[in-house]
Design a protein around this ligand. Structure first.
Ligand code: HEC
Length: 416
């Protein structure tokens, strides 16, 4: 089934999806995964240490989780709907290979929703049955961790499809080579982001102080979580890199992605240092405007890290949607024998199908740029093999020669 592609103005289909997914990931998904664990551990510590500051902290966190639980799925459903419209061939491939994980995902979401709501609403009712209450929270956490693991199967598959390329078995797609390190990487990131959210919460509580010194205590406590989890990220990070195809991690370590990726690491390191020093003398930090400003800044810094890492990972996959299998314009790397190349030589629809997913939003104005190739032969050679021309983020044109000629005339005429 081949449907004409939908054109997204300004951003292009890929850019548009990237923004929606990142919003979903940074503000909701990670928080709902890391948050319940942080809340239950905090509640437990409060019980052990007989200190009701922990209880208040965990309770406020549960309230925030409740809000995230409502807003997160809105974007989540949006992602599915938009993907179906924008990348039908890619999406149906993914939804088939991941049919069962996605079906179980429904159960996971349900578990997460029901128990996070129960955890929040039984805070008073189960005052004297703390163990039961914490179990509710843990079940909520189990739901959100399960949904993370299932989504992680799909997300890691895109970059390392592994044996699935040959076997086409769902199990090989799911447990692909980077499944485990990427799962651990995500889990730690969720805890780290949730902790940074709570650093913001501690700053916000400065003006409310439910009891003397609460906000300074909360800043120290959330700060400790933020510093420890973020520093730990180094370990799964290195493991994950190792599992990527050699040419991908070359892009990370010394290639076009180095500034983004390394920039992300530097930002995270700076955010950790700020929060570390702030939690050393939280009282003083909360009293001084400039220092508070710096801690506020650490929060967008860690979001920016998440964004830069996600961006690097997506860019590393270019020109593919599924690494080595399907290109960014949804063309198979080697067309499966049953699907014949389209015979249509209608240049505009060729352009829409093969080029518009990226141009002009990501790759620039192709009409303007094709002038750099003075002969049609040179332009044809470039379109057939962009990698040799030093443009590895663009897929080679997969149509037949007649279509290539039509496309070139279209480019030469400036799109008329
Ligand atoms: C997956 C995304 C993607 C698709 C699909 C894609 N391109 Fe590109 N293209 C790029 C990127 C990214 C660049 C810029 C590379 C650079 O400058 O490093 C580029 C560069 C170009 C250039 C300029 C080359 C140069 O030497 O500066 C032309 C011309 C071009 N593309 C035409 C096309 C045509 C025609 C199609 C469809 C057959 C197409 N592209 C499909 C991503 C894509």
């Amino acid at each position: 089934m081949d449907l004409p592609p939908i054109h997204v103005p300004f951003l292009g289909a890929s850019g548009f999806m990237a923004i929606v997914m990142l919003l979903h990931m940074i503000f909701f998904a990670n928080f709902v995964v890391g948050g319940p664990v942080l809340a239950v551990v905090t509640e437990y510590l409060g019980l052990r240490r007989r200190d009701d500051r922990y209880d208040l902290f965990a309770r406020h966190l549960a309230n925030m989780l409740f809000v995230a639980m409502i807003l997160g799925p809105v974007l989540g459903v949006g992602i599915v709907a938009l993907n179906t419209g924008l990348f039908p061939r890619f999406f149906s491939t993914g939804a088939r290979a991941f049919f069962w994980p996605l079906a179980i995902e429904i159960v996971a979401f349900l578990l997460e929703a029901v128990f996070i709501v129960a955890y929040k609403y039984t805070w008073e009712g189960l005052r004297h049955r703390r163990r039961l209450h914490m179990t509710l929270g843990l079940l909520g956490a189990l739901g959100s961790w399960l949904s993370m693991a299932l989504i992680n199967g799909l997300a890691s598959f895109l970059l390392t499809p592994g044996k699935w390329v040959v076997t086409r078995r769902a199990i090989d797609a799911f447990f692909n080579p980077s499944f485990l390190p990427s799962l651990l990487h995500r889990a730690v990131a969720s805890l780290s982001l949730a902790a940074f959210f709570m650093v913001g919460y501690a700053l916000y509580m400065r003006r409310r102080e439910p009891q003397p010194g609460y906000s300074a205590w909360a800043l120290r406590y959330a700060g400790l979580w933020a510093v420890v989890t973020t520093s730990l990220q180094f370990v799964p990070g290195v493991w994950y890199l190792q599992k990527l195809p050699a040419e991908v991690w070359a892009k990370f370590l010394a290639g076009p992605l180095t500034p983004y990726w390394f920039g992300g690491i530097l930002l995270a390191a700076a955010a950790v240092l700020i929060v570390y020093f702030a939690s050393q003398d939280a009282q003083a930090v909360l009293a001084r405007r400039v220092l508070r400003g710096m801690v506020w800044l650490a929060i967008p810094m860690i979001f920016a890290t998440t964004w830069l890492m996600g961006f690097s990972r997506e860019r590393a996959r270019k020109p593919y949607l599924i690494y080595g299998v399907m290109y960014g314009n949804q063309q198979w790397v080697k067309a499966p024998t049953e699907s014949k190349p389209a015979v249509s030589a209608d240049a505009r629809s060729l352009f829409q199908t093969h080029c518009a997913a990226c141009h002009p939003a990501i790759g620039g104005d192709p009409f303007e740029k094709s002038r750099a190739y003075s002969t049609d032969e040179a332009l044809a050679a470039f379109l057939r093999d962009p990698e040799s021309a030093g443009k590895p983020s663009m897929p080679p044109f997969g149509g037949n020669d007649e279509e290539l000629q039509a496309l070139i005339s279209f480019l030469r005429s400036g799109g008329r």
